[in-house]
Design a protein around this ligand. Sequence first.
Ligand code: FES
Length: 154
Amino acid sequence: MLTPEEQREIEQEAASYPERRAASIDALRIVQRRRGWVSDEALADVAELLGMSPAELESVATFYNLIFRKPVGRHVILICDSVSCWIMGYTKVRDHLKARLGINFGETTSDGRFTLLPIVCLGACDRAPVMMVDEDTHLDLTPARIDAILERYE
Ligand code: FES
């Protein structure tokens, strides 16, 4: 069941579009911001509210890779694996993150603190390598900078 607050926020978004279904991504992000991820049940509730089938909304959620359909850690790290980041040291940064966290892509640390995922270009190629932690973009990464950045996220 969506909470009254979730319903109210989603209704506000839907009202700003000519068609309710155009608010799909916004609605999924509202649920994810409050719950950390979007369960099958929550997805079905959002679909009903927007007048769509769950399958239609699922295809939107699958296409948009920042909607999490499985539980994630308290913080999600998205590391860019596109070309500029590759050239500027992506592999070193990736290997450091994996070793430091003790996880692979798609996994969550045992304390539930971080989930690590790859992502395509984050649009900051001139400051590569780049990663996002939650809503924050971190630029010019080095292993030492990563250690300092991770400390900020409890
Ligand atoms: S290639 Fe990594 S930010 Fe563009």
